[in-house]
Design a protein around this ligand. Structure first.
Ligand code: ZN
Length: 510
């Protein structure tokens, strides 16, 4: 069974987790990396599997815009250092047209997600806190501060915090920072706090001390408490997280205990998904490795990009290493294979159902039949002159654009070729037989050939000259491109100007 259908089945069969409410979240502190796409895509696919199973399901994606800025992308350090410690929603946008730092990065990621067919309803954590929706859980957390500490200690083995620690931070009324405040007293109505100059390394508090209501957006729960608090406030019943959060003693374990002992809320169904690896390294937004999520659309059509996530079970890591490899052409090939299975089943023929589902879940809106021609062949076509007509005729313009991008940005050297305007230097080293063959071939070019027949004729002509297949075709490639390999010779020659090819081949006359 397709992995997401299996997850949906497990959820339904358990009889718990109703009403079905799938949720995930994102902190808009910089441009998201490709790796950050796995969470929302896994959740979106599971949501659609539940929907396909006839279940009424809600799907929300929370933007954690009440989080503190605790680090900055390199290019922003100079101008935004003074906002370290400030909530993402209170710092200005790096570019005009957005109301805040949070909105700028959140909008960017939302656009990427919508482009990939993610159908979640987006919610703002800041807004929910400011609308008073978190007031009840804040009260519960403050009343149970001791118990929360015990859970931290029991589950993750962390050291007991200072006496009087309370699970809340408030926005300093003087300097507007959240990440620097220490809340140390709770009287049931207000909390006392100090904006500490030395509490964290990355931001300096102003030293202000005050008392303030913890409610209506004045304060925020620390994220380990905030996570399960969201579940209770919203009614979430299904939420996964990267497997690093789900390891023993990790934040997911803490959240489960908090649900049970503090919030009195049933633990949601977990989907501990594996990483998305690029070049074998785990992508972390702080390290600046690999592709940004927004750049994926330049590299892959959106259906194929989405397919990257539908094709792999959430329990397996996705390894996507496009630089200097065939990862991208291979992905297209696999996409076509899965499409074939899908359309075979549609037409009542045999086909692998898992592959068909992987294709079906990759479709955004209406199901689109992909081109028949293989992407790897297309990468050759776009390098041949005079193939524009053919590409247009076959309706391959969209994929051709991605084929060109692949060649420019990612292709191994051996997959690139160029028809050289003059006879390549190394063509002089061709054997006499190879030269003789090229001259014979020059006399065949002008005929009105069908590509398949011409390919056979080339092979036979080589044989007649006393060459094996390898040397026959190498002669053609070397004479045109200077490399000893290339796309199917007949197609290559027929894509070129006949006069040009005749002249090139006949130049080897001894
Ligand atoms: Zn302050």
């Amino acid at each position: 069974m397709f992995w997401a259908d299996n997850v949906a089945k497990n959820i339904i069969d358990s009889g718990k987790f109703k009403p079905y409410w799938v949720d995930d979240m994102f902190t808009p502190s910089g441009f998201a990396h490709v790796g950050s796409l796995r969470g929302p895509l896994v959740h979106d696919i599971v949501f659609k599997a539940l929907r396909d199973a006839g279940q009424k399901t809600k799907w929300t994606y929370v933007i954690n815009d009440f989080d503190t800025i605790d680090g900055l992308p390199k290019e922003l350090i100079q101008d935004f250092e003074k906002y370290l410690g400030v909530p993402l929603r209170l710092a200005p946008s790096p570019e005009k047209g957005y109301e805040s730092f949070a909105e700028f990065f959140a909008e960017d990621f939302k656009n990427v997600l919508r482009g990939l067919g993610v159908e979640a309803e987006f919610l703002s954590s800041w807004d929910m806190y400011h609308e008073g929706k978190f007031n009840e859980v804040i009260r519960i957390a403050l009343d149970n501060a001791e118990k929360i500490q015990d859970i931290y200690q029991k589950v993750s083995g962390s050291r007991k915090k200072d006496l009087g620690w309370l699970p809340l931070q408030v926005i300093c009324e003087k300097c507007g920072k959240l990440g620097t405040t220490r809340v140390y007293e709770w009287d049931g109505e207000t909390v006392a706090y100090k904006c500490e100059p030395e509490m964290v390394k990355w931001a300096k508090g102003c030293g202000h001390e005050g008392r303030v209501s913890p409610f209506d957006g004045n304060g925020k729960l620390p994220w380990k408490v905030d996570w399960p608090a969201h579940w209770k406030v919203m009614g979430v019943t299904i939420e996964g997280a990267g497997k690093d959060h789900s390891s023993a003693g990790g934040s997911r374990d803490i959240a489960r205990e908090l649900c049970k002992d503090v919030f009195n809320y049933p633990d949601p169904f977990n989907i501990p998904y594996e990483f998305f690896l690029i070049g074998g390294k785990k992508m972390a937004s702080s390290k600046g490795l690999g592709l940004k999520a927004r750049e994926l659309a330049e590299v892959l059509p959106q259906n194929v990009a989405r397919f990257l996530f539908t094709r792999t079970d959430y329990k397996k890591a996705i390894e996507f290493d496009p630089v200097g490899t065939l990862a991208i052409p291979n992905l297209f090939d696999e996409y076509q294979r899965c499409a074939d299975a899908y359309f075979a089943i549609k037409e009542g023929k045999e086909g692998d159902e898992d592959l068909a589902r992987a294709f079906e879940f990759s479709q955004i809106g209406n199901v689109e039949k992909p081109p028949k021609i293989r992407f790897s062949v297309l990468t050759q076509w776009v390098q041949m002159p005079n193939m524009e007509e053919e590409i247009k005729k076959e309706g391959l313009e969209e994929w051709a654009r991605y084929a060109r991008t692949w060649l420019e940005e990612f292709a191994p050297e051996k997959d690139k070729f160029e028809i050289l305007k003059t006879v390549p230097e190394n063509a002089k080293n061709l054997s006499d037989k190879q030269k003789e063959f090229l001259v014979s071939l020059s006399k065949e070019v002008a005929k009105d050939w069908d590509a398949e027949d011409f390919q056979t004729r080339i092979y036979d002509l080589g044989k007649e000259t006393g060459l094996n297949g390898k040397d026959t075709f190498a002669a053609i490639y070397i004479s045109l491109t200077g490399k000893d390999h290339g796309p199917k010779a007949a197609w290559l020659i027929l894509s070129l100007d006949k006069k040009f090819v005749e002249e090139r081949f006949s130049a080897f006359e001894v």
